[in-house]
Design a protein around this ligand. Sequence first.
Ligand SMILES: [Fe+2]
Length: 249
Amino acid sequence: MTIRVPRLLSRRRILWIGGALPIPFLLGACDDKDEAPSASPTTGSATPPQGPATGTSVATAGGGSTASATATASSPATSVAPLEPTPACGDDDDDDATLAQTEGPYFTPNSPERASLIEAGVTGTKLVVSGFVVGTDCQPVAKAMLDFWQCDDAGVYDNDGYRLRGHQFADDTGRYALETILPGVYPGRTRHIHLKVQAPGRPVLTTQLYFPGEPGNGRDGIYNAALELEDFRDDGGGKAGRYTFVLQV
Ligand SMILES: [Fe+2]
């Protein structure tokens, strides 16, 4: 059966938010053993609210149906040009489950609920990451929880507090939007953002997001091109990108 993705779920949709940001910075520590490729995946840590956060990470790419975007036309022949077909689930990689990746050593549970990680003391280039959370059936996952954490623009994690850490819930269409800064780079890793995604009452997917064109991508053993932000671009003095997370729900 062909399942069609609503327009608003198409990866081709560009979502962005405008805004501004502040200055100074912080503390914390991160060392070179951060997220060594040998590190074990998700330790289970209880991410915020919502259901029994069992911490089980979701396995790598999944199947999903493949379907072609075929427009049906049962009406009598006309001279009207056919409409552009609505993107169907399976016409690209949308229905492959998002890859799981190591949590690394700097996850802190119980982050505050907030869609913006920009606050006093946070410096850097503003970044907006937006997109949807869907299932392998291409249906939106309403109220999915997304918990983000990252280092600051100097490559330092705040391991004492919650700076640049926060969780939010997707809306009823599975949409989410994170406002933050472009994370810095620290030894051994390319630029990245950590996160956990969880459908209500379902296992937690722990993964990371990457940035296209980063010199360090090719040298980072954890980096995976499938987790690169899409449509990464300049936006209102900052940067913006999109990513659709696909959960095995
Ligand atoms: Fe990291």
